[in-house]
Design a protein around this ligand. Structure first.
Ligand SMILES: Cc1cc2nc3c(=O)[nH]c(=O)nc-3n(C[C@H](O)[C@H](O)[C@H](O)COP(=O)(O)OP(=O)(O)OC[C@H]3O[C@@H](n4cnc5c(N)ncnc54)[C@H](O)[C@@H]3O)c2cc1C
Length: 413
């Protein structure tokens, strides 16, 4: 048996992989439902199902797409046929759409209808030496105050890192730029989950796991890992203990803070950043882009779903103590301006995810563990493990598969 603690995306991707290979698997989740930081629920106040926060994936997220294929959910997504990113600058009222061309050769930077207004092709070229230049990247970015940085690169990096790009680990910035624009527009088509995150990423996975004979238990918090004879010998839950047999393995797919309390001495990030999301129960205008980047507003990205408009603000610790009414009002002002809709404020909901992701700083990057632990039958997964990516769906899913492969090898040995 392989026991997976945590039914977030990393745990589910591990369990789906194992169940599909015919390996007996049991998932133990502390919460009453699955999804972790990528989940949905019916909001009584709004009368619609909302997500804990807007989640974007890109067409080039290969681990995410492999996972979606394995649960039959690739079609549960919306987005433009080609890579395009709409922006709206609040102070000037200017709007534009960045359209990277499909192939690897980035000729779009020479086309003023495809690039950011008031930029030149040489501005883009001047960024290339910064990518992958290690420690120099953050320092070089810190000095930049140009239009391209402000109108495209900073908002994209801020959203992906959930940390100020100027303070971020250079290797994470390089991984983002090389994995997206560096692979051409074909890898950068934005995709959002429809009708919501649970329907797209979570519920189909639960069906696949149980369809292959696996089980998922909710309200089962792993409290302690018992050690005996140099390996994990027992799992302790509130109301029972689960002894492990020969060949059994454990995948810990819990957030960094939970891993640290269960595995003394494990390296894991300790500093986290918030994301604040505001959902408005109103249908967007038909012409609205699936997502719009907001420059110099309170809102940072506006997402349009058939039954709601949702605003994301990253690296949002500064908003944690701000009144929810105030946040909703400021976000709605930006929505009205950028989508050009009637100003009457619809019913809204503000969700503050305090520990949305680990801080993507060089210090926290050093704290990320690989999947292998000091115990031969214990493996770790999660967006905070050493994936080479910031805390993302792609990283979480990749880490789950990686831990599952190792656990299976242990199980089959
Ligand atoms: C608001 C928000 C917006 C985001 N936007 C994006 C985005 O646009 N694109 C993107 O790629 N990523 C985004 N992310 C990041 C993405 O959601 C995460 O990287 C991913 O969901 C993490 O999955 P995980 O399995 O590593 O961790 P989690 O989702 O945290 O799952 C861990 C699970 O373990 C459970 N657990 C904890 N302790 C125990 C225990 N002791 N025993 C059993 N179970 C336990 C938890 O309840 C949880 O279900 C966003 C995150 C947030 C919060």
């Amino acid at each position: 048996m392989i026991y997976v603690a945590g039914a977030g995306l990393s745990g589910l991707s591990a369990a789906v992989y194992l169940a599909a290979k015919g390996v007996p698997v049991q998932v133990m989740e502390a919460a009453p439902g699955a999804g972790g930081r990528c989940r949905s629920w019916f909001d009584e106040q709004l009368g619609i199902t909302i997500d804990n926060g807007n989640h974007l994936i890109l067409s080039g997220n290969s681990s995410a797409y492999k996972y979606l294929a394995s649960i039959g959910a690739e079609r549960n997504f919306a987005g433009p046929a080609e890579a395009e990113f709409a922006f709206h600058e609040i102070p000037s009222g200017k709007a534009w759409t960045v359209r990277p061309n499909e192939g690897l050769l980035p000729w779009w930077i020479f086309d003023r209808h495809r690039r950011v207004p008031d930029t030149q092709a040489r501005d883009y070229v001047s960024f290339v030496p910064l990518i992958g230049s290690g420690a120099r990247t953050a320092a070089a970015l810190r000095k930049r105050d140009d239009v391209l940085w402000r109108r495209m690169l900073r908002p994209v990096l801020l959203a992906t890192l959930n940390s100020e790009p100027e303070e971020a680990a250079p290797q994470l910035i390089a991984a983002i730029l090389l994995g997206t624009l560096g692979r051409g527009g074909r890898a950068c088509r934005p995709r959002i989950a429809l009708p919501n995150l649970s329907a797209a990423f979570i519920d189909p996975a639960l069906r696949v796991i149980s369809g292959h004979g696996g089980t998922v238990h909710f309200g089962k918090r792993l409290l302690r890992l018992g050690v005996g004879h140099g390996k994990i010998s027992e799992l302790e839950f509130l109301e029972r203990r689960q002894p492990l047999e020969r060949g059994d393995a454990v995948i810990l797919a819990v957030p960094a803070w939970a891993a640290k309390s269960l595995v003394p001495g494990i390296a894991a990030p300790t500093d986290h950043r918030a994301i604040v999301s505001t959902h408005f129960a109103v249908a967007p205008p038909q012409r609205a882009a699936v997502m719009t980047g907001i420059i110099d507003g309170t809102a940072e990205w506006i997402f349009c779903f058939p039954d709601r408009i949702s605003v994301t603000i990253s690296n949002a610790d500064r908003l944690l103590d701000i009144d929810r009414n105030e946040i909703a009002k400021l976000c709605w002002e930006d929505v009205v301006r950028s989508l050009d809709i009637a100003p009457d404020m619809p019913p809204w909901q503000v969700i503050k995810e305090r520990r949305a992701t680990f801080a993507a700083t060089p210090e926290q990057e050093k704290n990320r563990s690989g999947p292998v632990t000091a115990w031969p039958n214990l493996f770790v997964a999660g967006d905070w493990t050493a994936t080479g990516l910031p805390a993302t769906i792609e990283g979480a899913i990749r880490s789950g598969r990686r831990a599952a492969r190792l656990a299976r090898r242990h199980h089959d040995a």
